[in-house]
Design a protein around this ligand. Structure first.
Ligand code: RNT
Ligand code: ZN
Length: 419
């Protein structure tokens, strides 16, 4: 018997003594499809010929060789990553990651014709598809404003882009049999204190109302809105703040997108999940890691991620939480960034699924907070890694760090040639 199997059998017995079924935990983990963020693969550049510089208050640092230069390269890189992440997952695009541009057609008139390669690829690989309008890295992001810009013509351009992305997402959703999550994040904000933030917020609200006016079945498409605390160049006021979007989402019943880098560094979005889901029952997560600010570092199995994972799996809304990764690191191999981050997300989810919940809850129900704390801490020492290694083996992906060999081979064979 292999060591992984021996270790798993012992771990299974130990968890069973705490009332935890490791087979059920692995089955639940396998059912969680993580949306892999394609923009880690192209440094959030997109593939429009005009290769606009990255604006909108985000930043990608590093110049590791091998950045994808077109959608064919990006899909090839994603395929390598997906083969090293256990289970079946989804892919999320930024709208500027097109297969091709159509002469004379800008983002306000994008259609499925801009994404035919993505449609063929997701159908062939039976991969779910999500997309986000790109309200940034474009000349019409003017003075840092898009959907909330005072010029109606600029607003119309971005409203039409948002509408186009919803239609494109719905067509993917219909073809693939799983609704596309279409996440609206607009970078609108002010470097210094604006004179009229109320008017900007009214314009954003009215623009979003126009974007969402056309009713599209949840079977095909789900609308989400993503708040942010600040961006580079939008330090003093973000039009789409948390207060704005939490209110907007509740009023319009669209999904809130909680990005773990979009709140004050001391705020953990884990605590926000049940607050929203007990009322709206569904949510989009952008799982990221901020280091001092919304730096979009690769996620780690740290207390913040463990807290997010635990609040995601602990209740009856797991199947209505959409988990999308959102970080971009150009200082390391980009395929490795996807694999490390996705496997870390899965490890955190597995640890949460293996929590001896009944024992801990019994202490809380008895107001025995001593026992609760003690058991919560003791749970950290349970052999989750033996279950994780066995899960990887059962799902035909390399156990432990062995996936690195595949990535290094791919780098030598393909990535370095891109320069
Ligand atoms: C920006 C938001 C947004 C972006 C993507 C690239 O801080 O997190 O989700 O990461 O649109
Ligand atoms: Zn995000």
């Amino acid at each position: 018997m292999k060591n992984t199997e021996k270790m798993y059998k012992l771990a299974r017995e130990i968890y069973a003594s705490h009332g935890v079924d490791t087979e059920a935990a692995m089955a639940a983990l396998k059912a969680i499809q993580i949306s892999i963020h394609a923009w880690q693969g192209d440094d959030v550049k997109g593939f429009e010929e005009t290769n606009h510089a990255l604006t909108g208050g985000c930043q990608v640092t590093g110049n590791y060789p091998g950045c994808a230069r077109n959608s064919d390269e990006l899909r090839a890189d994603l395929e390598v990553a997906l083969r090293l992440i256990p289970g079946k997952h989804r892919v999320c695009l930024q709208a500027h990651q097109v297969d091709k541009m159509i002469p004379g057609v800008d983002r306000d008139r994008f259609s499925l014709d801009n994404y035919r390669g993505w449609l063929d690829w997701t159908k062939a690989n039976k991969i779910g598809f999500d997309i986000a309008p790109a309200f940034y890295s474009h000349p019409k992001l003017d003075h840092g404003l898009s959907l909330s810009h005072p010029d109606p013509a600029i607003r119309k351009f971005w409203i039409d882009h948002g509408k186009a992305c919803r239609k494109i997402g719905a067509k993917f959703g219909k073809e693939l049999g799983t609704p596309a999550v279409v996440n609206f994040w607009a970078p609108d904000g002010y470097k210094d204190a604006p004179s009229d933030r109320y008017a900007a917020r009214k314009r954003l609200m009215e623009a979003l109302d126009e974007c969402f006016a056309e009713k599209i079945s949840d079977k095909y498409e789900l609308d989400a809105v993503e708040p942010k605390l600040f961006g580079i160049g939008a330090e003093s006021c973000t039009v789409g703040s948390a207060d704005f979007y939490l209110t907007y989402a509740a009023r319009k019943n669209v999904l809130v997108c909680l990005d773990s880098g979009h709140f004050h560094p001391t705020e953990n979005i884990g605590d926000k999940i049940s607050a929203i889901c007990c009322q709206q029952g569904r949510l989009l997560l952008h799982v990221s890691r901020g280091v001092h600010w919304d730096s979009d570092h690769v996620i780690l199995v740290n207390d913040e991620l463990l807290g997010i994972a635990r609040e995601t799996v602990a209740y009856d809304y797991l199947d209505r939480i959409h988990i999308c990764l959102d970080y971009f690191d150009a200082s390391i191999n980009r395929v490795a960034a996807w694999v490390i981050g996705a496997r870390n997300m899965q490890k955190a989810l597995l640890i949460a699924l293996l929590e001896p919940r009944a024992e801990i809850q019994a202490c809380e129900d008895a107001f025995d907070f001593t026992g609760r704390l003690a058991l919560q801490e003791e749970a950290k020492g349970l052999p989750w890694c033996a279950v994780w290694d066995y899960f990887c083996e059962k799902n035909n992906v390399p156990v432990g760090g062995a996936y690195l060999d595949y990535i290094r081979f791919y780098e030598q064979k393909n990535l370095l040639a891109r320069g």
